[in-house]
Design a protein around this ligand. Structure first.
Ligand code: GLN
Length: 310
């Protein structure tokens, strides 16, 4: 197959991009090896291709938000989820405080930024669940999506917990306004654990391919999420998945996507393929510089833009 050669060429084309910085506020991420670069493609039939540092693990971070939103819909029902979390782009940073919540009600704007993701996390299992019950449920689901057992990176978890004032503040606002029912500190601890789950690009491509495949994991054949939840998740990924760069992304790449602060990005083209890219240096909006370039190039080369007629 010519695909592995093509993927290597994509990596070589983006390797010279040196701009950006790894995330600074989580100690482990700040020390990441910024030369790492990887890409993977997973088809809806389960065929997977990858190149570069495809075995290197990194924390999933915000990419988990897409999947935990689906779990919240499963556990609480879509109506309740929509009551607690909006579906409008915030137009601001993923951890911005005033822009993350509706000005009059304080409802989180969408589940792809921290405020909405913390609220979605709190809906998993139920309001009386423990941190452990919620994170177990999430770890199991993400492992089924990836097709192998994943683990929490305890160092990343501890590092982020030390510096969680901002997320704690957001959670207390949500609690006060009635958008989370559980203890706000538990919601943040669980959310940070969910973000600290380690993956490689092959795991992420398979997780994305499950979204492309109507919620059915291509290899196991398990229906992990119902089709309706997947539609909801992909819709919100399209409008909000790349934070305040979502508009540029949709115009340039045209694939529902989600990025994370460790440098991972997933793209999920319904009915076709899941893409994952990884490189730690981020642009000002918090998206991987090389990851964005990889996805732009692949979308152009292969004609993946969802708005193209053919
Ligand atoms: N755990 C990170 C945070 O809460 C996730 C942010 C991200 O990946 N953009 O800040």
């Amino acid at each position: 197959s010519p695909i592995p050669d093509y993927l290597n060429r994509v990596l070589e084309a983006t390797r010279p991009l040196e701009s950006g910085q790894p995330a600074g506020y989580i100690e482990t991420l700040a020390k990441a090896d910024t030369s790492k670069l990887a890409v993977a493609l997973a088809m809806v039939d389960g065929t997977i291709y990858s190149a570069g540092d495809d075995q290197v693990e990194f924390s999933i971070q915000s990419i988990s938000k897409a999947f935990v939103y689906a779990l919240a819909i499963d556990d609480a029902g879509l109506d309740k989820v929509l009551e607690k979390i909006g579906v409008e782009p915030s137009g601001g940073a993923y951890n911005g405080i005033p822009v993350s919540v509706d000005r009059s009600t304080s409802r989180p704007m969408n589940p792809m930024i921290n405020a909405g993701a913390i609220a979605a996390h709190a809906l998993v299992v139920g309001p009386n669940a423990t941190v452990e019950e919620r994170t177990d449920r999430i770890l199991k689901a993400l492992s089924r999506l990836a097709g192998r057992q994943l683990h929490v990176d305890e160092t990343v978890y501890e590092d982020e917990l030390k510096d969680s004032g901002r997320n704690m503040g957001i959670a207390y606002i949500l609690k006060a306004a009635g958008f989370i029912e559980c203890d706000p500190q538990d919601a943040v601890k669980g959310y940070i654990r969910q973000c600290a789950i380690n993956v490689n690009v092959r795991d992420l491509a398979m997780m994305a391919a499950t979204l492309c495949n109507g919620g059915k994991q291509p290899i196991s054949g398990d229906q992990i999420f119902p089709q309706q939840s997947v539609r909801q998740v992909l819709s919100v990924m399209t409008t909000c998945g790349m934070y305040d760069a979502a508009g540029t992304w949709v115009a340039n790449v045209g694939i529902p996507a989600k990025s994370g602060v460790a440098g991972g990005i997933i793209g999920a083209l319904p009915g076709q393929l899941g893409i994952a890219a990884f490189s730690p240096k981020l642009d000002k909006k918090g998206n991987s510089v090389r990851g964005v370039a990889i996805c732009e190039k692949m979308s152009r080369d292969m004609g993946l833009h969802m708005m193209d007629a053919s």
